[in-house]
Structures are given as structure tokens and as C-alpha cells.
Design a protein around this ligand. Structure first.
Ligand SMILES: [Zn+2]
Length: 1005
């Protein structure tokens, strides 16, 4: 949470709205007025399902809906627990527990009052601490519609740095709590994203698919907001998918005129105690009721002018003076939305997104796309591990939960991951102590999942291996493989298709024999890589593994005595001016380096005969410095370079070359804090750039924002493309031939104040540029900010270290003194012809987001139980799914039910090579090997209502209304997926007795 919109220039992590009682618990007695209100003129009409409890409005009057609410950050300046209990109030005054206590008692005291609550991470905790009597009273308030849940996710998630899979998971978790606790009475109708720092189109698409009737947003670009107010387009229909058939992904969108704050002079919250209390006492000289009422009416009348032409005329000043036709009522977001819907107006249609967000000139919130890169990566690998954990819980249940290694489950990691989606968590905009707490939560969740994984692998493999994860493999640390002469490597593949993967493990010195599950030796190399100063070089074993769909392969590794063991060591390359070039290559790709600079200078696709010269290197933008007089500096949120031109980290890189039968690598050393390995594994169709950056030196008193930049001779005409939360692709434009600067936004004429920061967009998984023939795509391993600032140029911000706070409330510079200061990551580069590029980047991104999980065990273990057969290879699927289908979710849902999500991962018309954009039909019968589906029910995306009975309010965009398509009858033998469609099922299942535990044939991939 953040913002400089209050008069104090500070934001609050916990805002309580509503009447005096709610505020009274926090400070002195304020008068009964709300924090936020929106207004509408409408005639009362019939009630749609779910809206029966809405208050009655007055026809022919200006109906002012007061929406009492609270915005509770799930961690920001304080940790989640500090906010909940009200600890460390000197850091930030707020206690969510007290808000909920006082709100509930105030609701019970006065029947006309209403309140809206949003964040289930807090509410579910509070709920479990209440007595039965209080719970019963709250159920009644929910049934009466007086306590309304909006959004209902575990958190109000960020929209820029989040992956769609994690958004779906966190919404499912929160909405499930509401459904289990309150049934349909508690199901939110309205999404409520009043604080995220810009809004993604994919988020709107997901909300539409979850069945929401509309969304309200708080933040948008200041220029966009002013123009929309003038054009009466503060409310609109957002068409959030270019692939899904309208109105599937259409979402009614309301933009709040004053973000989450109350109107000026009407704030009696603890954060704005400069506003005078209302005194309604005619005998007091302090009586100010008339003044405040006039002001209130004035605000209400002005706010109406941002909305579409109302059906009824506004009250004139004369009317107001003689008893105004204004009707003020306590309401909720859903009830306000319901009135808008009944007004039966026509709305403008929006098809782009709300990025980037600026709250004023030179104030672009595009830094947070890259802030805290280590936490962003930890979150992404935790998403991967959570899916592995949930799949194994579904495949091996209940042996996964209780087994030889104790009790384990996915619930703790699921909750931790949900918390990480909060708009101050994954964004990197919390204080350091809070970021540490987020990481602690993830680690605790990993612990429970590790037990589950060991139990499940023991059950499925028939032997009790002491499986363990090496969490520091990214820095080549793994005690088990580094100290054992013999060990086993189990590789679990969470994809619904077989994968081949290079496995790289630190080992002790010597030669090794690696055997696949059928006992055949597989080729392997030992590499001896240079380590940072002071550490001795550590050998790494490299071999290629093949793993069946939704299953595992167990490889054995043993040290062998060979007379001539061959260890590969990177060789220094002499770099004389004018000397020849250097190549690395495999079957598919050749990468060429300039020996003078040591930089990558060309990439070739050998099959398609595509050649693309390029220059790739690292640069940094100068952020603010201490003592400098600047109105806005870069900080956790904001990117504000002091010069538009970045400085090179180095003019050249020292290089080493490593060539083995399995891999070819060029090691580039740019500076003491910036290095990169450019790598081609055998068989790999992409070039891998593994960069290591940090700790970024700030001894020169300059904050630095480091980018990796690719410059190519491609005529890209000012366009580039970025993904939206890892799913659909949005076309971005940086207009070239403009007289007013370098400006472009799809829906308005931008007055650009920041040519660099104002052209940065979130990149969750990929960014690409094309000249219409060739396409260069870069996949990221975490969310980053990226742009194309010149034709043929593409850049990604990999790390940032700042000395100043950016004045949006977090109150700390983004210094990251600890382990977060040193970051390693990968960019995967694909060169393709335009028509076949999607097949490359879609399937590669899927493999990266759900990468195989490598676990190790010492050799020589007991059987799972006497008579069990050891099983070194396993697949949870009887047949692979086609490449266009992604298994998005396979998880336990209840004692005998599973949650299953299948997704078409290609957009409409995107692939012209292999026809991967076509609809695809699947048979779910006999698909899974460890269970049989006995009953299948289709639900909306968050699994909180059956699809057949779900209906949404209809809205009329100015381009014409499309009727909602009817839902076809469900046939498990024939499930069709359209491009970009996700279908969600709750499946009743019966787990099979595993065939091999009776000595039968093992399940084969
Ligand atoms: Zn917030």
C-alpha cells in the first residue's frame, strides 16, 4: 500500500472506514461518516440473485452510496502479524483485529449500517478466534448483506509482478474459505482492487472467468484519470482477452474518483485528524453541520459528472437549498454495482491495460516491476514447488500426508504463496523486515512440502529413500552430492508431457557413472568451474535426464575409479584487437562472440537458417544520490533515472571458454559485481544467459538500476510485446516520429515526462520484438521490468540498489544489505521465424515455470513395505496431453475429491506452424494412473460455484452487446478447450491400489 494522496503525504497500511464506532476503537470519537462514497442516480427495480439484500434507493433522486470499508495490507511497513495484532504501532498505527472487533459490534448495534471486507488472510484468522455466538451473529450479518465480502482473495494481489497461476491459487484459497464458511451468502460479486499500482488485462480476464460482476479500481495514470473524468468514462466495460469469446472475459470496471481515500474535509480516519469533527449542535458556537452538509452535497454533485449521462437530471442548487433531492444511504460495492447495472446505460469499451501507472509528472511506478529480484525469484520457484507438492498430494494421497517421514501437506506453502501475491510482497515494496518475514513464511511452507514429497516418492517408488532437496543448487551447494560416493537423483516432472532436462549437481572430485532407471549408463561430464575469490573450485556433474509426464525418473550416480578421468575446465581466451571471433554451437544454434569486447555479437538458428547480429551487454541507470536536490527519486516503487542514457557496466568482458560433449559455455566477466555465462546444452533450442549481479556498489553515493540490453538491426517500428501475468501477450508501442516527445498510449494522447521510465512495462515471463519476419524472444525466470526504447533494442532490469526512499510510504531506501544483494538469474533467448515463434516461447515458458524438481537420496534403502517392488520410473498419466494443453492445477480438494484445471496455452491465431492455436478435445477417462474419476463437476475459475448455475450481470459496451453463450453439457470423454480457455473441475475420485505393491506390472509412461 502506498500513496501520497492524503494531505499528510503518507499512506496507511491499515485504513478503517465507516462510522464512528469503527474509528473509536482507534482514536477519539469521530462523527458518523464514511471513508469513501460513490454516487449514482437510478430508479429502483427488481433484484437479481445475490442482490436481494441491497438497500432501497429513491427514484428521481440523487442516490449517494456510502461504502464503509477498510484497506488492510497483508504486510507492508509492518509484518502480517504485527498488523493483525497491532504490534509496533509506533511504526504504523494499525490493528486489523481491533477493526474487525469494532466493525462487527457496530454493525450489530445499528441495522442500517453496512461494511465491506476484503482480505481473507486476516478475516479467516479473526474468524477462527471468535466464539460460536459471535460466529453465529456474523453469519446473520452476512446473510442480511450488511457485512459484504468484496474480492475475497486471500490478499488483494499485485497485478504487475504476479503469475496468473499464483493469482488463481490465491483467489481460490480465499473464496473457498468464504464458500465453506458462509455458503452462497458470502460469495463476493465484486472484485475490489483499490490499491494495486496499475492494472493488468489478464487480471480482469481472470476475474471475469471467476464470475465477478464487476471490479472497482483505485489507481490509474493521472492523465488518464483527468481525461476520463472529462469524457465521463470513469466507468467502462473492459474486454480483457483477445482470444476468449466475448463476453467471457468482459468485466465491468469502475474507477474510484479519489482512489481509496474519502473526499477532502470528510476524513475522520486516524490518518487525517486535521479534518474538523462534525458538530451538529445548534447551541454550540462550533456548530458546522450546515457547512459540512453543503460541502458533502457539492462533492456528490461533482462526482456524478465523471459518470455517464445519468438517466435523471441532477438537482439544481436551488433544489438543494430547499431540501435537496439527495438520498444518502449506507451501501456496498455490490449494491452500487447493481444500481449501475439497472440503469441500463451504454459503456465505453477498453481493450488495453492500465500500465504503466504514474501519479504525477516524472512519477512512474515502474521500478517495482524489478524491486527485490531475489524475493521475486524465490516466489517463482515456490510456485513451481507448490504445484509439485499439490500434484503429489493428489497422486499419492493419503500416503503423501502421513508416511515414513512424518506428516506433511501443501496447506502451509499454499497460504505463504497466497500472502506473497499481496501488492506489497511480490512487488518488493515492503520494508526489509517484512520482506524477511515473507521469505520465512515460504521457507516454513517448503518444509511441510518436503515431508510430503518424501512420503509420496517413497510410496510411488516402493522404497524408503531419505529424499531431500538441495535448496542452494543455484549456487552449486549440495552437501549430499558433494560428500557421497554413491547417491540417487529423483527428478519429478510436473508437466503433462515428458521432458528432457540437463541435471547439474556439485560433486566431489573424480569420475562418475550415471545410470538411468533401466540401468543403462548415460553420458555425463564433470566440469570444474571457477568460484568467487576465497572459495575452492567445485566440480559439477552434468547429465541429461528424461522424465515421463507427471512422474519421476530415478537415476543412480556412483564414483568410479578411472585411470584418466576427464574434468573440463574453462579456458581463458586471449582477446587481442582484430583477432577472430569465437563460437559456441549445438545441433540447433550457433552463438558468436566478438573477441575484442568479449560480448555476444550474433545468434543463428541453424535449422531455419536465420541469422541475427546483436550486441548484448549490461548497463546501469543513475538513480538519485544522497544530498542531491530532486523532487522525485527512484525507490522501491518508482523508477526515475537521473539521465535517460544508461552507463555501460564495462566496455569489455574477460572471457573463458568451456566445451564438453554436453555443453558449450562462454563465461563473461564484466566487472567485480557483474558476470554472465552464455550456455548451449546439447539439444537445446534456446540460448541461455545466466547472469550474476551484485552486490551493486554504492560507495560512489549513486543508486544504480542495472539492465541487460540486447541491440539488434531489426526494424521494429516502435513496437514490442510483453506478456500479461504470463498468459496473453500485449502489443506495446513507443512512438518514434512524434513532435511532443516519445509518447504513446492506446487510449489517450500522452504527454510524456519520462522517456525511459514511462515506457517500462511488467514482464512476467517474456518480452519480444520482431520485424515481421524474425522474432527475438527473451524469457525471464522471474518478473522484471522491460522495454524497447529504440528500434531493435530490448532491455530488462535485473537488479536495483537505491540510497533514497521514493516517498510513497515505505520509508526505507531499497538497499538490500543482506543475501538479497547478490542475485543470479537466467534469460532464455529464442530466435524464430514469426509464424513459429509462439510454439517456441509458449512451450519453453511452461517448462521453466513448472520445471522438474530434483531431489537426492543416499543409496541403499529399505523397501516401502515388505513385498513392495522398487519403481525407478513412474507416470501419473496413462497418456500425455497434447502440447497446446497445460495442466494448470491438480490438487487435493476434499477427502475424495480433486481440483483439476486444464488450460489451452495458445492464443487465437498465434501459431501458424504446428496448428497449436486450434481448439483441442481431451478424454479424461482413464487418463490418470493412480485414481479413477467417478464424477466430474465443472466450476467457475476459482471453483466456488458450479459453472452450469453461474450467471453474471450483462453490460452493454458501446460496440454492441454479445449474448452469453450457453454452457454445453459436460462429457468427461470429450472436453474441448478453445484458445486461452481454462476449464476447472472438481472430480470425485477413487484412488487405485498401486499395481506394483501386489507384484503386478508397473505403470508405464
Ligand atoms: Zn495496500
Amino acid at each position: 500500500d502506498s500513496g501520497a494522496m492524503t494531505a499528510l503525504g503518507r499512506a496507511s497500511g491499515v485504513r478503517v472506514g465507516g462510522w464512528g464506532d469503527a474509528g473509536r476503537a482507534m482514536r477519539g470519537p469521530p462523527p458518523p461518516l464514511p471513508v469513501l462514497f460513490v454516487v449514482l442516480v437510478a430508479a429502483p427495480g427488481t433484484r437479481a440473485a445475490g442482490y436481494e439484500t441491497c438497500p432501497t434507493v429513491q427514484p428521481d433522486m440523487l442516490n449517494v452510496h456510502l461504502l464503509p470499508h477498510t484497506h488492510d495490507d497483508v504486510g507492508w511497513v509492518k509484518t502480517v502479524d504485527q498488523y493483525y495484532y497491532g504490534v509496533q504501532n509506533e511504526l504504523h498505527h494499525g490493528a486489523v483485529k481491533n477493526i474487525l472487533d469494532s466493525v462487527i459490534s457496530a454493525l450489530r448495534a445499528e441495522p442500517s449500517r453496512r461494511f465491506v471486507y476484503v482480505e481473507m488472510a486476516f478475516f479467516s484468522r479473526w474468524w477462527h478466534q471468535q466464539t460460536n455466538a459471535t460466529q453465529q451473529a456474523v453469519r446473520e450479518l452476512v446473510r442480511q448483506g450488511r457485512l459484504e465480502f468484496a474480492n475475497g482473495g486471500w490478499v488483494m494481489n499485485d497485478e504487475a509482478a504476479t503469475h496468473y497461476g499464483a493469482i488463481v491459487d490465491q483467489m481460490t484459497l480465499g473464496l473457498r474459505f468464504l464458500q465453506d464458511t458462509f455458503g452462497d451468502d458470502g460469495r463476493p460479486r465484486v472484485a475490489w482492487h483499490i490499491d494495486p499500482f496499475g492494472h493488468s488485462r489478464e487480471q480482469a480476464s481472470l476475474f471475469a472467468q471467476m464470475g465477478f460482476d464487476g471490479i472497482f479500481l483505485g489507481r490509474m495514470d493521472y492523465q488518464d484519470r483527468e481525461l476520463r473524468k472529462k469524457k465521463r468514462e470513469m466507468e467502462l466495460v473492459w474486454r480483457a482477452s483477445a482470444s476468449l469469446q466475448p463476453p467471457t472475459a468482459d468485466l465491468f470496471t469502475g474507477l474510484l474518483s479519489n482512489a481509496y481515500d474519502p473526499p477532502k474535509h470528510l476524513c475522520w480516519d486516524l490518518v487525517c485528524d486535521h479534518d474538523s469533527s462534525m458538530v451538529g449542535d445548534p447551541f454550540s458556537p462550533e456548530d458546522n453541520a450546515d457547512v459540512l452538509i453543503d460541502h458533502f452535497l457539492d462533492v456528490a454533485t461533482k462526482q456524478v459528472t465523471g459518470c455517464p449521462e445519468p438517466a435523471h437530471p441532477l438537482p439544481s442548487p436551488q433544489q438543494q437549498a430547499s431540501g435537496s433531492p439527495v438520498h444518502v444511504l449506507y451501501s456496498t460495492p455490490a449494491c452500487y454495482l447493481w444500481e449501475l447495472n439497472k440503469a441500463n446505460l451504454t459503456w465505453s469499451l477498453k481493450e488495453d491495460d492500465f500500465f504503466p501507472y504514474a501519479d504525477g509528472p516524472h512519477q512512474f511506478w515502474t521500478g517495482y516491476f524489478s524491486s527485490r529480484p531475489a524475493l521475486k525469484r524465490y516466489e517463482r520457484v515456490s510456485y513451481n514447488f507448490l504445484q509439485v507438492c499439490k500434484q503429489l498430494e493428489a497422486l499419492a494421497a493419503p500416503a503423501a500426508n502421513v508416511g515414513p517421514y512424518g506428516s506433511g501437506d501443501s496447506a502451509l506453502l499454499e497460504e505463504a504463496m497466497a500472502v506473497l501475491q499481496h501488492h506489497d510482497a511480490i512487488t518488493g515494496t515492503s520494508r526489509q523486515l517484512v520482506a524477511d518475514d515473507y521469505a520465512r513464511r515460504l521457507a516454513a511452507g517448503w518444509g511441510r512440502c518436503e515431508v510430503l514429497l518424501s512420503n509420496a516418492l517413497a510410496r510411488l517408488s516402493g522404497s524408503q529413500e531419505a529424499f531431500s532437496i538441495c535448496p542452494e543448487l543455484n549456487i552449486s551447494v549440495c552437501p549430499l552430492s558433494q560428500t557421497s560416493a554413491r547417491f540417487q537423483v529423483a527428478i519429478y516432472n510436473p508437466l503433462a508431457r515428458k521432458v528432457d532436462r540437463m541435471v547439474r549437481l556439485p560433486v566431489s572430485a573424480g569420475a562418475f557413472l550415471v545410470k538411468d532407471p533401466s540401468g543403462h549408463a548415460v553420458p555425463s561430464d564433470v566440469l570444474l568451474l571457477p568460484q568467487p575469490e576465497g572459495q575452492k573450485p567445485s566440480p559439477e556433474l552434468l547429465f541429461s535426464a528424461s522424465v515421463p509426464a507427471l512422474g519421476f525418473s530415478i537415476y543412480s550416480v556412483s564414483r568410479v575409479s578411472l585411470r584418466r578421468s576427464k574434468t573440463h575446465i574453462p579456458q581463458p581466451i586471449s582477446q587481442k584487437p582484430g583477432s577472430a571471433v569465437l563460437n559456441i554451437k549445438n545441433e540447433h544454434i550457433r552463438a558468436t562472440f566478438n573477441l575484442e569486447t568479449g560480448f555476444l555479437m550474433q545468434i543463428e538458428d541453424l535449422e531455419q537458417k536465420l541469422v541475427l547480429p546483436m550486441n548484448q551487454s549490461f548497463f546501469w541507470y543513475k538513480a538519485g544520490t544522497v544530498g542531491q536536490k530532486i523532487s522525485q527519486s527512484s525507490g522501491a516503487y518508482i523508477f526515475k533515472p537521473q539521465q535517460q542514457k544508461p552507463l555501460p557496466v564495462s566496455d569489455s568482458a574477460q572471457i573463458h571458454l568451456l566445451k564438453t560433449p554436453l555443453v558449450q559455455e562462454v563465461h563473461q566477466n564484466f566487472s567485480a559485481w557483474c558476470a554472465q555465462v552464455v550456455r548451449l546444452y546439447r539439444g537445446q533450442r534456446h540460448l541461455e544467459l545466466e547472469w550474476t549481479v551484485g552486490p551493486i556498489p554504492v560507495g560512489d553515493k549513486w543508486g544504480k538500476e542495472v539492465i541487460s540490453r540486447f541491440d539488434m538491426p531489426l526494424d521494429t517500428k516502435g513496437y514490442f510485446y510483453t506478456d500479461s501475468n504470463g498468459r496473453e501477450i500485449l502489443k506495446r508501442r513507443k512512438k518514434r516520429e512524434s513532435r511532443v516527445g516519445e509518447n504513446y498510449r492506446p487510449t489517450w494522447n500522452l504527454n510524456q515526462t519520462e522517456p525511459v521510465a514511462g515506457n517500462y512495462y511488467p514482464v512476467n515471463t517474456r518480452i519480444y520484438i520482431t520485424d515481421g519476419k524474425k522474432q527475438l524472444t527473451v524469457l525471464t525466470d522471474r518478473s522484471q521490468g522491460g522495454s524497447s526504447l529504440q528500434d531493435g533494442s530490448l532491455e530488462l532490469m535485473v537488479h536495483r540498489r537505491l540510497l533514497l526512499d521514493d516517498n510513497r510510504g515505505v520509508g526505507e531506501p531499497l538497499l538490500e544489505e543482506g543475501s538479497g544483494s547478490w542475485v543470479r538469474g537466467r534469460h532464455l533467448v529464442l530466435l524464430d521465424a514469426v509464424g513459429t515463434a509462439a510454439a517456441g516461447h509458449r512451450l519453453l515458458a511452461e517448462k521453466e515455470v513448472l520445471a522438474p524438481q530434483v531431489v537426492l537420496a543416499p543409496s541403499g534403502s529399505a523397501l516401502y513395505h515388505p513385498g513392495a517392488t522398487r519403481q525407478l520410473q513412474f507416470s501419473g498419466l496413462r497418456r500425455e496431453l497434447p502440447p497446446s494443453v497445460h495442466l494448470l492445477t491438480l490438487a487435493r480438494w476434499g477427502p475424495q475429491t480433486l481440483l483439476l484445471r486444464l488450460e489451452h496455452q495458445f492464443a487465437r491465431g498465434e501459431d501458424s506452424g504446428r496448428n497449436l492455436s486450434s481448439p483441442v478435445t481431451l478424454n479424461l477417462q482413464n487418463l490418470f494412473s493412480t485414481f479413477t474419476i467417478t464424477r466430474l463437476q465443472e466450476t467457475t475459475l476459482a471453483a466456488n460455484q458450479p459453472r452450469a448455475s453461474a450467471s453474471r450481470l450483462q453490460w452493454n459496451p458501446d460496440t454492441g452487446t454479445t449474448p452469453t453463450p450457453t454452457v454445453p453439457p459436460l462429457d468427461p470423454a470429450s472436453i474441448t478447450l478453445q484458445p486461452m480457455e481454462i476449464r476447472t473441475f472438481v472430480a470425485s475420485v477413487q484412488w487405485e491400489e498401486f499395481a506394483w505393491s501386489h507384484g503386478g506390472d508397473p505403470v508405464q509412461a
